[in-house]
Write a protein that binds this ligand. Structure first.
Ligand code: NAD
Length: 333
């Protein structure tokens, strides 16, 4: 039975605790948070879980096998490093760290210590990632709401992390260039609106629109494939995915005079998807990797790749909105 210690019982932490608590393959032993009032809630709902305001209660407890980190992003690296150094398996919230250099250090440390390092990229467990599209040519995502302005990271690191994890999972090639543009309307200079364009060598293109400043909550992804196109609307309660048997073919490609587009507008299919909470998939995948040595879907390499793309997008914003080459990228932050 895997014994779990969780650090950070704010907005997301309680959802993780609930899912681990309900899983008979583990026992949540300790929850740590700096705020006593959060711990009072833990005590009320889970009297069997020990609570503390001291993180060493988790790190120095030799009975705890795995640490779950659901604190603000800027703390992920130091807490993750400490947990791995203490010989714990680690599930860390998305994104893994705030820099590529830190993410590499964690991945290498996990390898050296032979421990599972997994990132909670929850969307990879929604059962919605399609496989019938044919060759994909574009990915267009809007992830906006009147969101909670984070104090330590901009909207790119907060929201685009979701889309970049889906992209990294879906698209097997590496990007060619990453261009980002954003604006901060606050004194702390953290961008609250960001647009990112990622180009790939095959001609595939991705565009992400992320904002904490929209009057409405939109969670919409359009994916264009050669065979089918999909609309994934995560705000819809039930019919989240619609698969369009639509497309187009360019006729007389070689002769611009006779250039023609042949459109195909077919049926719309609404696949039945499991509406179970995606976090169940995350917690099970983590526990399975610890018990059986399996490779999680949201594994450390995927988490590292997400941080690399986020870092390049951030660099593009800092460098006068100039496209960053993926292959030639070097990081010294
Ligand atoms: N996977 C998802 O879909 C998803 C959704 C929301 C948030 N998140 C991630 O979860 C993490 C937490 O986000 P949140 O919205 O819950 O934030 P939050 O601010 O609501 O909660 C963070 C909690 O961590 C505690 N904390 C901070 N530093 C600590 C430390 N050193 N030791 C112990 N406790 C500490 C705070 O007191 C707070 O209760 C972030 O990384 C965020 O990106 C993921």
């Amino acid at each position: 039975m895997v014994k779990i210690g969780l650090i950070g019982y704010g907005y997301w932490g309680p959802k993780l605790v609930r899912n681990f608590f309900d899983d008979s393959a583990c026992k949540v032993k300790t929850v740590v948070d700096l705020r006593r009032e959060s711990l009072e809630v833990v005590k009320k709902y889970y009297p069997s879980i020990r609570t503390s305001t001291t993180i060493d209660e988790v790190f120095e407890d030799s009975k705890i096998d795995a640490v779950v980190i659901s604190t603000p992003v800027s703390t992920h690296f130091s807490l993750g490093k400490k947990a791995l150094n203490q010989g714990k398996h680690v599930l860390i919230e998305k994104p893994m760290t705030t820099s590529y250099r830190e993410a590499i250090e964690l991945v290498n440390l996990a390898k050296k210590k032979k421990k599972v390092l997994m990132v909670d990229h929850t969307f990879l467990y929604t059962d919605a990632v399609p496989n019938e599209l044919g060759k994909i040519s574009y990915f267009d995502s809007t992830r906006t709401n009147l969101g909670l302005f984070q104090k330590d990271v901009n909207v790119l690191w907060d929201l685009a992390a979701h889309d970049i994890s889906i992209l990294t999972y879906l698209v097997k090639e590496k990007p060619q260039s990453i261009l980002a543009s954003g604006i901060s309307h606050t004194k702390n200079k953290l961008e609250n609106i960001v647009f990112v364009t990622i180009k790939y060598p095959s001609g595939f293109i991705a565009h992400l629109n992320c904002s904490w400043s929209s009057p409405v909550k939109i969670r919409l992804i359009l994916i264009g494939g050669k065979k089918k196109m999909i609309v994934y609307n995560d705000v819809e309660p039930t019919e989240k995915i619609k698969v369009y048997d639509s497309g187009y073919k360019i006729m007389n490609r070689k002769d611009p005079e006779k250039f023609q587009v042949d459109y195909r507008i077919g049926d719309i299919h609404i696949p039945k998807i499991e509406l179970q909470e995606a976090l169940i998939g995350v917690t099970r995948d983590f526990l399975h990797a610890i018990e059986f040595g399996s490779k999680p879907i949201s594994n450390a390499a995927l988490g590292l790749e997400v941080v690399k793309i986020l870092s390049l997008a951030d660099k593009s914003m800092r460098n006068g909105e100039w496209p960053m080459k993926y292959e030639k990228s070097h990081f010294n932050q």
